[in-house]
Design a protein around this ligand. Structure first.
Ligand code: GDP
Ligand code: MG
Length: 245
């Protein structure tokens, strides 16, 4: 089989992008204090104990929100659920278990995909805070205490992630890298249509993320020619117009 896909999902601001960056080892993903800053999926190659996989950072899930951006992020996460072999649900020890965490957890349970429950922002080493045990209520098994900023617990997290990879999975060590292709141009020249056409005709594995294109939209395509991540940019707009996307 191809490289397993591992998706990171969860509410905005729990630290998904920080975790993604920690695991990837670079700052590919945008991290910000403002909820909902990562609006699109970002892919990166990851390796743990000789297992190679593709890690996906999603924008987040907010099932009860009517807000367009949050709705978009929910769609992205649903697509991640469709594509992923293993899902990491990130929660936040500081906020505890919120209704939306419960909602997301039940969405994931229904997906029948292996889920690894990460309780992030456990910054102190040693016995976790009493609040940690609350996360058992999500019904996703043993939570793993992680500090994405410091890196504690990420080893345990990855151990569990790779434990779900299929037995017969042959690690393609010399797998070709994902080629990032940026599509740029003025609004309405047909950037998205071009990407759609390419993904439609050479479809093998396609994850077309209809993002808000506030920043960029990733479309991951695997075909006979290789692996490509088409980055559809929002177009060159004046700053004041960016929010109208
Ligand atoms: P996302 O919206 O889920 O992608 O969350 P981000 O990765 O953008 O992080 C949101 C905020 O939480 C940022 O200010 C991060 O610095 C902070 N954060 C993320 N992980 C940790 C952690 O392990 N410990 C602490 N103390 N803060 C964290
Ligand atoms: Mg993010």
């Amino acid at each position: 089989m191809a490289k397993p896909v591992v998706a990171i999902v969860g509410r905005p601001n729990v630290g998904k992008s920080t975790l993604f960056n920690k695991l990837i080892g670079t700052r590919l993903s945008i991290v910000d204090d403002k909820p909902g800053v990562t609006r699109d999926r970002i892919y990166g190659d990851c390796e743990w104990l000789n297992h190679h996989f593709l890690l996906v950072d999603t924008g987040g899930i907010e099932p009860y929100s009517n807000d367009v951006i949050l709705k978009q992020m929910r769609t992205q996460a649903e697509l991640a659920i469709e594509t992923a072999d293993v899902i990491i649900l990130v929660t936040d020890i500081r906020s505890g278990v919120l209704a939306s965490d419960m909602e997301v957890a039940s969405m994931l349970q229904k997906s029948n995909k292996p889920v690894v429950l990460c309780v992030n922002k456990c910054d102190t080493v040693g016995a976790p805070d009493p609040e940690f045990y609350e996360f058992y209520n999500l019904g996703l098994g043993d939570p793993i205490a992680v500090s994405s900023t410091h890196g504690h617990g990420t080893g345990d997290l990855l151990d569990e992630v790779i434990s779900y990879f299929p037995e017969d999975y042959e690690d393609e060590e010399n797998d070709e890298e994902v080629i990032n292709v940026a599509i740029i141009g003025k609004p309405n020249v047909g950037k998205s249509s071009l990407v759609n056409k390419i993904s439609g005709t050479n479809r093998a594995i396609v994850s077309n993320i209809a993002g808000t294109t506030r920043d960029t939209t990733d479309t991951y395509i695997e075909n006979n020619y290789g692996k490509f991540n088409f980055i559809d940019t929002a177009g060159l707009r004046r700053k004041s117009k960016v929010n109208d996307n």
